[in-house]
Write a protein that binds this ligand. Structure first.
Ligand code: CMC
Length: 392
């Protein structure tokens, strides 16, 4: 038979070729279609980056206008979906609701599930980019017992999302442009990250010919784990759990203890072994938002700043090349904006949807596409004979 290699965690196995995203972990570099993430975060905006990821080039002004019009055209969800939401318990985690609702999109939008039809693939892609913010906001509203807020298409993507989360019928939420910009930046910085666990999950699901909504639901399920997208929620909860600056050394000691499974959430990365370029941009964004909201002095933030300082100076973290990652700062910003921690990972999920879709589309266009089918190293029993129950 074939010879195959054993590579747990796929630390050194390429599963595909791709032209979308490039990461140089040693240099702390992240490029989308060749463009550095810090330039995109500074000069571009989320929907333009979506276009870039999906189609390979920055759009002309006309192309961008057309793309934005196509996305806003699809921001509402099917009215019948409201009933689907209402089937969930109010206290369900919004990620649990999202896995279910996005999975159910193939029941609501089956006219765009034929993966062999290019037009349907395109419609499914635009539908998901347009509807994920609506779905995430609905999952949030449902969990706090407030009425759903319909999207408003005169607002930009980020402002619309903030309004769907924070408006109530009695008082329309006025979106501060600084917050909208920070929100857009969080979306942009999470848009794609090559073959991470959830993206690989989407590709693996898609390799069997599953429909795009099913594939993205699989990605959302994978993202939820605390070692991946769930780290942003886990990180803020850890900061609150530490509580006060004087307790930091205790937690640092636990993180270093080999016999203690505790890890500093929001630190470390499989690929970045120098710094996370997304964290660099968000650190600056965090300062802006916290100043605007006048929360520079809250206790969680003090713990975050001190923890960052101590961890960066500590030799354990330096030797293992553990730096604050994107989740460390995004959690701080989202908390200041008023999002509960349970919404952090749904926000990551809606931002990453475009990356998953771009990777899925790229894969379907690959003439060498095969179903993903890893092998294993079998360590179980050798062949043996069945023993009747009376004789065991
Ligand atoms: N705190 C303490 N020690 C750590 C940490 C941490 N956050 N991360 C790694 N280490 C240690 C680990 O114990 C191991 O030590 P040793 O070599 O002595 O056994 C060494 O560093 C290497 O760790 P690893 O688990 O082999 O590295 P990995 O590449 O498999 O894991 C990671 C990467 C991100 C899962 C891990 O660093 C981690 O669990 N971090 C905390 C969770 C987190 O913030 N995740 C978000 C990642 S960025 C966004 C995203 O992907 O969603």
């Amino acid at each position: 038979g074939n010879v195959f290699t054993y590579d747990p965690g796929f630390t050194s196995t390429a599963s595909c070729d791709s032209t979308i995203t490039f990461i140089d972990g040693d240099k702390g570099e992240l490029l989308h279609r060749g463009y550095p993430i810090d330039q995109l975060a500074e000069k571009s905006h989320y929907l333009e980056v979506c276009y870039l990821l999906l189609y390979g080039e920055l759009p002309t002004a006309d192309e961008l206008e057309d793309f934005e019009a196509r996305v806003t055209n699809h921001t509402m969800v099917h009215e019948q979906m409201h009933n689907f939401f209402r089937g969930f318990r109010r206290d369900a985690h919004p990620m649990a609701t999202m896995v279910g609702v996005v999975g159910a999109m193939s029941a609501f939008y089956h006219d765009s599930t034929d993966i062999n039809d290019e037009y349907q693939r395109e419609v499914a892609s635009v539908r998901m980019i347009a509807k994920l913010p609506t779905i995430a906001a609905m999952a949030f509203k449902y969990s706090i017992g407030q009425p759903f807020v319909y999207p408003r298409n005169d607002l930009d993507y980020a402002s619309n999302f903030l309004r769907m989360c924070f408006s109530v019928p009695a008082e329309d939420y006025e979106v501060d442009p600084i917050l909208a910009r920070a929100m857009d930046r969080i979306f942009t910085l999470h848009a794609d990250h090559e073959q991470n666990a959830s993206t690989s999950t989407v590709r693996l699901a898609g390799s069997s010919g599953a429909n795009p909504f099913a594939c993205i639901a699989a990605g959302i399920a994978c993202l939820w784990g605390p070692a991946h997208g769930g780290a942003n929620q886990a990180c803020l909860e850890m900061l609150r759990n530490i509580g006060t600056v004087d307790r930091i050394p205790e937690f640092i000691a636990r993180a270093k203890d080999k016999n203690d499974p505790f890890r500093l959430m929001g630190f470390g990365h499989r690929v970045y072994k120098n710094f996370d370029p997304r964290a660099k941009v968000l650190k600056q964004s965090a300062d802006e938002v916290l100043e605007l909201l006048g929360v520079e002095n809250n206790e969680t933030l003090k713990v975050a700043k001190e923890l960052e300082k101590i961890a960066l100076e500590d030799s354990y973290f330096a030797e293992k090349k553990l730096y604050p990652n994107v989740d460390f700062y995004s959690g701080i910003i989202l908390d200041a904006m008023g999002f509960p921690t349970s919404m952090f990972t749904p926000i990551f999920a809606l931002s990453r949807t475009v990356g998953w879709i771009s990777q899925w589309k790229e894969m379907l266009g690959d003439p060498q596409l095969k179903i993903g089918r890893p092998r294993q190293l079998y360590l179980g029993d050798t062949k043996r004979n069945y023993v009747d129950v009376e004789e065991r």
